[in-house]
Design a protein around this ligand. Structure first.
Ligand code: ATP
Ligand code: MG
Length: 253
């Protein structure tokens, strides 16, 4: 399934948040959205997920979700959103419980294996590191076999080493079974490591400034790769003025 934004404009009362965004989210690829603070990235994700309707333009879903999909558009948030009283396995089971799946145990075992959590199935969230908690959140998202994963700064609550490890995990997951994701981040190193395409938004009201395609296969994108660093530099060139202006604007308030 693909998502398409057609001339989407959005505002909250008198605040213009997004302006005339046209964008396709291709299937089986990771689309990163970057842009300065407050430019409307999370809003864009909510519009894609159907949580809000744009004031102008349209958000379309094209094609069918994958076979066995229980929730076509599934979010992964920065704060993991796990239930503290449920085990890791119980947190994954939560999203399956209303569906009466005959093979629920198999689905859970599969996603725990894919996220390298099998040995921790009975642990409670408080026993897990931040990185493991986010792997649980990823396992839970994968369990519903979503058409598109909507990821809002999923690694930004983690320290930099854990972020590196999680990026490796995401690359390994995608390489084994490609998934479709929209990945919002303000971290350009994450964007060039994980994005097949990177959409750069201007400051608020967010407009598409540029779309950068990176052809290097995800598994070949080594840490510190000069080609990626060059892309990152290019992205920062686009973002720097916007970020500085956005920062000054926030200080005015
Ligand atoms: N429900 C709402 N009602 C009113 N204003 C809102 C609402 N949600 C977001 N905004 C405003 O819309 C603008 C865009 O917010 P949004 O959270 O989408 O930006 P963002 O790019 O995700 O920011 P950040 O980088 O801080 O995560 C901000 O000025 C924010 O204050
Ligand atoms: Mg946000």
């Amino acid at each position: 399934m693909e998502l398409k934004l057609e001339s989407v404009t959005h505002r909250y009362s008198d605040v213009d948040v997004l302006r005339d965004i046209s964008l396709e989210i291709p299937s089986g690829r990771i689309t990163c959205i970057v842009g300065p603070s407050g430019c409307g990235k999370s809003t864009l994700l909510r519009l894609l997920g159907g949580l809000e309707k744009p004031v102008q333009g349209a958000v379309r879903q094209l094609g069918q979700p994958p076979i066995g999909c229980l929730n076509a558009l599934t979010y992964i948030f920065q704060d993991f959103a796990l239930l503290p009283w449920r085990t890791l396995e119980g947190n994954v089971a939560l999203v399956l419980e209303d569906h009466n799946l005959p093979d629920q145990a198999k689905v859970i075992a599969d996603v725990l294996a894919r996220t390298r959590l099998t040995d921790f199935a009975g642990a409670l969230p408080k026993q897990l590191s931040g990185g493991m908690k986010q792997r649980v959140a990823i396992a839970r998202a994968l369990a519903v076999n979503p058409a598109v994963m909507l990821m809002d700064e999923p690694l930004s609550a983690l320290d930099s080493q854990t972020r590196e490890l999680l990026m490796d995990d995401l690359v390994a997951l995608w390489t084994r079974t490609p998934f479709t994701a929209v990945y919002v981040t303000h971290n350009l190193a994450e964007a060039v490591r994980l994005g097949h395409r990177i959409v750069v938004l201007s400051r608020r009201p967010g407009e598409v400034r540029e779309i950068v395609e990176i052809d290097i296969p995800l598994e070949d994108r080594a840490y510190g790769d000069p080609a990626l660093e060059a892309q990152q530099k290019h992205l920062w060139g686009l973002m720097r003025d916007e970020a500085a202006a956005a920062d000054a604007e926030l200080m005015d308030v």
